[in-house]
Design a protein around this ligand. Sequence first.
Ligand code: SAH
Length: 252
Amino acid sequence: MIIINDILIIICYNIGMSLNLELKKYLKEMELDLSDENISDIDIYIREINAWNAKADLTALKDYESMFVNLFLDAFTVTPFIKEDSTLIDIGTGAGFPGLALKIFNRDLKITLIEASSKKCVFLNHISNLLNMKNVNVLWGRAEEMGRDISYREKFDYATCRAVACMSTISELCIPFVKVGGQFIASKGKDKAEITQAEGVIKNLGGAIDKIDNIKYSFFNEEKNIVVISKSKETPEKYPRRNGVPQKRPLR
Ligand code: SAH
C-alpha cells in the first residue's frame, strides 16, 4: 500500500513539474513576474472554477493549462494599462475575467464587477472571500441599467470588458461608467476592422481610441488587440439605450 502511494505521489509530482516549466516559459515570454502567492491564488481559483462549473456554467475550458493561459494570462495582458490604486469596473465579467483576475496581480485595485447571471455572481463573491480580497463589489444586473444609475455612472478610472459583444455594443455599455479623464480598456480579438469601424460611435459616447495594442504570444491561438479608449467628454444622457438594444441594434 505504501509503495502504491509513493508511486502515485511521484507521478503527480512529475506532472506538476512539467506543467510548471511550460507555464514558466509563457510567463517569461510575457515578461510577467508572478509571485508564489499569485500562483497559489490562481491554483485555488482554477480549482473552484472546476468545482462550480457544472452549476454556474463558467467556462468551456477543461484543463488547468488552457484555463491558466486563456483566462489568467489573457487577463494579465491588460495589466500594463492599469495604474495601481485605481477604480475599475469590469462589465459582463462572467467568472471574473479580466476584472477579478487583475485583482490577483494588483491587490490595491478597487474592483466592481457587473454580471447578469446570478449564479456567476454567487461564484464571484465566493472567490473574492476565499482569496481574502478587499474592495471587490459584485453587482448582479445589466450594464444598460447600472450605467444609468448615478452611483456608477462616470465614476470609474477604468472600465474593462472581454468577450461580451462587438466593439460598438461594448462601447455603449462600458463608456458611460468611465469618468471624464478615465479609460475604457477593451480586450478584443484579431479583427481590427470591427474596432476601427466603431471610431465614430466611440466619439459620440465621449471617447477616442488612443491606441490599439496588438498582442502576439506563442501560447495564444490567435493574435489579440487591446483597445485603449480615453474619455474626454461626458456621455450623452440617452446612452446606454434600454436593455438588450445595444446588442440587438449596435450604434453605427
Ligand atoms: N468576460 C468574461 C465572460 C464573457 S461571457 C470572459 O471573458 O470570460 C459574457 C458574459 O457577459 C456572460 O456571463 C453574460 O451573462 C454577461 N453579460 C452579457 N451582456 C450583459 C449585460 N448587458 N450586462 C451584464 N452582463 C452581461
